[in-house]
Design a protein around this ligand. Structure first.
Ligand code: HEC
Length: 136
């Protein structure tokens, strides 16, 4: 009887974890597609950026220091000099008014998961809240 309960608990745990993983995979693969369409021509598919013109995303200290800014940067673009990995950038990044909050959530999750060592996991309501407070 005892053994049966452990087995039940274990299978519930495995089930719960695989559900989280499936959602994450779904989000990251949507994000990857949107990234290819809207970001990769500048930041490159591998997130390397472009020389001294376009800042990198891959292993960028900016993402680690300001993860909560990513959704607003995607939505409204960016137009001020910034330093990323010790290099200064000052070209303008265009806004993306065509993207929905959900799209921005997918892209943000892809960027954090793919380009940072912490592989941070976020949820869509967090991103929606950050989008509401952009510039505040
Ligand atoms: C037309 C080129 C271009 C496109 C397209 C573009 N960016 Fe940028 N991005 C830039 C530039 C240039 C900067 C630096 C802006 C500045 O200095 O104010 C930047 C800055 C950033 C930053 C902050 C700095 C860093 O390297 O961490 C993030 C995050 C970012 N972009 C993410 C994205 C994402 C995600 C997309 C797609 C939705 C995207 N960008 C599309 C050119 C672009």
């Amino acid at each position: 009887m005892k053994r049966f309960n452990w087995l039940l608990l274990l299978s519930l745990l495995v089930f719960a974890c695989s559900d989280v993983n499936t959602n994450l995979l779904h989000t990251v693969s949507n994000g990857r597609m949107l990234y290819e369409e809207h970001c990769a021509n500048c930041h490159q598919s591998n997130g390397s950026g472009l020389a001294q013109l376009i800042p990198p995303l891959n292993r960028a200290d900016y993402l680690v220091n300001y993860p909560q800014q990513i959704p607003c940067i995607i939505k409204f673009g960016m137009d001020s000099a910034i330093k990323v990995n010790e290099q200064v950038y000052h070209l303008k990044m265009p806004s993306n008014p065509q993207l929905t909050d959900k799209d921005i959530y997918y892209i943000t999750q892809f960027v954090l998961y793919n380009f940072t060592d912490s592989h941070a996991i976020i949820n869509d309501s967090e991103v929606a809240l950050q989008l509401k407070n952009c510039g505040k």
